[in-house]
Design a protein around this ligand. Sequence first.
Ligand code: PLP
Length: 368
Amino acid sequence: MSLINNSPIAYENLSKLNEGFIPSFQDKLQDFYKKGWYILGENVKQFETAFALYNKSNHCIGLANGLDALILGLRVFDFTPGSEVIVPSNTYIATILSIVQCGLKPVLVEPQLDTYNIDAKLIEHKITKKTVAILPVHLYGKCCDMSSIMQLAEAHNLKVIEDCAQSHGASCNNTLSGTWGDIGAFSFYPTKNLGALGDAGAILTKDEEISKKLKALRNYGSEKKYYNQYIGINSRLDEIQAIFLNIKLQSLDTITEHKRMLAKIYMDNLDKSKFILPKVEKDYFDVYHIFNVRSKHRDELKTYLAENNIATEIHYPLAPNRQEAYKHLWNEAFPISEEIHATTLSLPISFATTKEEVYRVIETINKF
Ligand SMILES: *Cc1c(COP(=O)(O)O)cnc(C)c1O
């Protein structure tokens, strides 16, 4: 492959990504307009059934967004205020925010430098009498070491709430993310592997009582209209988003396969003497929400690629413990998280990215 053209390569192109799903969506909208049932109707129910089935879970609760999925996934257990929740030090801020919003204390644990996921070996030292839950994040679309995490949780009687915002369809040891723990919290934010046309989210759980309570919590805490058992919120999955998600879910495996195919091209061709590539492990099925490389010269690399018309992103530039809003919460150092934040760069790997584009990224980046 050669640099025959220099047209811009987008990091993401949502309109191109979704264009194939739009005709069926338009069709379904006609029924929707005719029926006039806008909130918690048949489309939400249908998606909940389909998403639970896809994940081999028992119950799915459709919600307004991924942050609410994490918040309600914690709130449903009525933990004592001030209780501690163990969470990786290198996650997207929503994970930390959900814990803080529930009046709980986020206790940060460093990730492994090669998987970017929470280091299960470091969790036990951080468990105290106040610990009530572990909140692993399957970052970039790769499952955490869930066998070890579940063992620890069982030994210490902790709940496990999985942040699956980046891991739709990812698994380890043939068990899907979101089905290991008590709660699997999903986001369908437009850029996620299963992305809606706006905000949307969901929880998976195998527990019927938890599912019933969550369905009440998302709807003002009410099971029966105008009778409130719990102090709930309004966080319902929108019918229109559910219509779209029902259509797109049928292609989630195709989306995943496309991303895995692009990831393999990157893995086979990127210069490993220059860049640190994602780790591939036996028994892990990674869905590459993000394909990152690490380099000591990350910022120069990003600029160099931009000069060659290749857009990249950084996930994420500033660690949670360094964020203005949260820095009072911790005074330890998190050197591994810092190292990842300082060196990581995300390359284009969208469902809308072509093989040819990936070859051009590779040819350009290897010359850096
Ligand atoms: C996107 C994301 C969220 C939040 O999801 P929203 O739907 O945007 O609220 C939470 N955690 C992680 C790891 C995410 O990537």
